[in-house]
Design a protein around this ligand. Structure first.
Ligand SMILES: Nc1ncnc2c1ncn2[C@@H]1O[C@H](COP(=O)(O)OS(=O)(=O)O)[C@@H](OP(=O)(O)O)[C@H]1O
Ligand SMILES: Nc1ncnc2c1ncn2[C@@H]1O[C@H](COP(=O)(O)OP(=O)(O)O)[C@@H](O)[C@H]1O
Length: 198
């Protein structure tokens, strides 16, 4: 960071912005393989929160890679940078008083922990969308597994690039044949139990 840069403390702070929105700002961080259901579950969760009048923002891998992170590849180094930028963005959105939902593969423990460390206690909820690769590959909604198997795509998570499964996620959604709607409801009620949403 440049020297000679000072932090401005503004009068209206995170607590006040959260109060105005009648909510506790936080990040609900979904992680899991491609096709595990992150985007689908995140979208359903956001709808449930919006129905309750909550102010949310959903950050999604494919979308962010079209804009802010359009310069990044799927090398390990660029995935680290991808999650670093998203973590900083999520922190700003939390500061604005929002409930932020993120849906990135975020394959490395170190980067998920980086985001956790940027936030205050109880502001970061790691949600492991634990769908086995066999099921993700069967779904293959974008045909990417097929391309990865044929070698058309390199560095594909779970096949030619690592995924470090969370060991201490606050919430784990194990897949055992339930619908995406059921997973979203399970997630919603666990967030309520943790006192993150009323
Ligand atoms: N090589 C490779 N590996 C994994 N994923 C790939 C790859 N190439 C493209 N895609 C598409 O990009 C989406 C993942 O982007 P993310 O930003 O979430 O990835 S990461 O967190 O930086 O690992 C991912 O979206 P999801 O399927 O929603 O997870 C894919 O659609
Ligand atoms: N139980 C389930 N949970 C989540 N997605 C499911 C489920 N069953 C089927 N699907 C389908 O699997 C695909 C998951 O894709 P997506 O949500 O984009 O995953 P990701 O964001 O993790 O890549 C979608 O087409 C979704 O409709």
């Amino acid at each position: 960071m440049e020297d000679n840069i000072v932090w401005h403390q503004h009068e209206v702070n995170k607590a006040r912005r959260g109060e105005a929105k009648k909510q506790k700002p936080c990040v609900i961080w979904l992680t899991g393989l491609s096709g595990s259901g992150k985007s689908t579950i995140a979208n359903l969760l956001e709808k449930k929160l919006a129905d309750k009048g909550k102010h949310t923002y959903l950050l999604d891998g494919d979308n962010v890679r079209h804009g802010l992170n359009g310069d990044l590849t799927f090398s390990d180094k660029d995935r680290v940078e991808n999650i670093r930028r998203i973590s900083e963005l999520a922190k700003l959105f939390v500061d604005s008083g929002l409930i932020v939902i993120t849906a990135f593969i975020s394959p490395f423990k170190g980067e998920r922990d980086y985001c956790r460390a940027l936030l205050e206690d109880n502001e970061f909820v790691e949600v492991f969308v634990n769908t086995p690769i066999e099921e993700c590959e069967k779904r293959d909604p974008k045909g990417l597994y097929q391309k990865a198997r044929s070698g058309e795509i390199s560095d594909f998570t779970g096949i030619s690039s690592p995924y470090e499964a969370p060991e201490t996620a606050e919430i784990t959604l194990d897949f055992s044949g339930q619908s995406a709607q059921e997973s979203a409801e399970q997630l919603f009620s666990q967030l309520q139990q943790k006192g993150l949403i009323d």
